[in-house]
Design a protein around this ligand. Structure first.
Ligand SMILES: *[C@@H]1O[C@H](CO)[C@@H](O)[C@H](O)[C@H]1NC(C)=O
Length: 293
């Protein structure tokens, strides 16, 4: 009796985990200074808890930003951010990976602020070989100014996945066979910054930054980086194919993750270049592969 109950229990657990999806490895919360250095306006970055938490401050004189010490080819990169609360219209908080060479690769999260009580927009983009124009825009299903949420990128030779907490909000599959360049040979650094972009950010630039509300403050923690570190000149990662993010379960989304992505697309998407026929009369090739059909 006991043993058959046990088998039933194990069976149920197995079924549950079988539908759960495989999120990337749990990020380890590490202090800012382990992986990052300020890029500009050093005095506008404030440190707390021995550097486990930081704040970026934007005022009418300047914004600020930071970057990773290392350059990476593939891996999993995440950050926990609490966006600028209250009236954040005109401000943009960005978290991105970029190779910064002439034909650069870039993976972007941009959080566009808004008037008090109005929703943020999360804009994402992917540049490969210097070509971008792949914007997607969504609303979030929570208020990103109330708590820390994790924003992360999984990048391997098969796909780039954007996660908000454990939810995939975007996937860019390797479509080299369809003639689309995929980032694979230019190491990227990780960047984050807070700046004024009231010429375009909020309602297309109609809402201006209200400087009487400055400073605008974005809070960060959990500076997790798990990537193949390489010099900027390196063309490949020596351990490629052997790291956890290269393994089978991270080469594609599973059915649970595809369903979550479909949920984000149907309920929260404002704009997706894949569906913009005035801009792209035929669907860009990578868009055909970014869905589960
Ligand atoms: C700001 O709020 C307005 C009104 O609700 C909305 O149309 C817009 O999409 C929101 N976000 C941004 C970044 O403009």
């Amino acid at each position: 009796m006991a043993s058959s109950l046990w088998i039933l229990l194990v069976g149920v657990l197995f079924m549950v985990s079988g539908t759960m999806g495989v999120p990337p490895r749990k990020p380890v919360a590490v202090p800012f200074g382990r992986n990052y250095v300020p890029t500009w306006a050093f005095d506008h970055i404030k440190y707390y808890n021995g550097g486990s938490n930081i704040e970026l401050h934007l005022d009418k004189y300047t914004g600020t930003g930071f970057q990773s010490k290392g350059s990476y080819l593939f891996g999993h990169f995440s950050m926990q951010i609490k966006m600028v609360p209250g009236d954040s219209a005109g401000t943009v908080t960005a978290f991105y990976l970029s190779s910064l060479n002439s034909e650069h690769d870039e993976i972007d999260f941009e959080f566009l602020g808004n008037r008090t009580g109005q929703p943020y927009i999360l804009q994402t983009n992917v540049f490969t070989g210097g070509k971008g124009d792949r914007e997607q825009r969504i609303y979030l299903w929570f208020d990103p100014t109330k708590d820390y949420h994790s924003y992360s990128v999984l990048w391997n030779l098969y796909q780039i996945v954007f996660f908000v907490d454990d939810v995939p909000i975007r996937v860019f599959k390797n479509c080299k066979d369809l003639g689309v360049r995929f980032p694979f040979n230019h190491p990227m650094k990780i960047y984050s910054s807070l700046w004024n972009a009231d010429d375009w950010a909020t309602r297309g630039g109609l809402e201006k930054t209200d400087w009487s509300k400055a400073p605008f403050v974005a809070a960060y923690k959990g500076f997790h980086v798990d990537g193949c570190e390489s010099s900027v000149e390196a063309k490949f990662c020596a351990t490629r194919g052997k790291r956890w993010w290269d393994q089978k379960e991270f080469q594609d989304l599973d059915s649970y993750q595809w369903r979550r992505l479909a949920w984000v697309r149907s309920k929260y998407t404002i704009y997706n270049y894949c569906n913009d026929r005035s801009r792209y009369p035929t669907m860009p090739p990578e868009c055909r592969r970014d869905r589960d059909v």
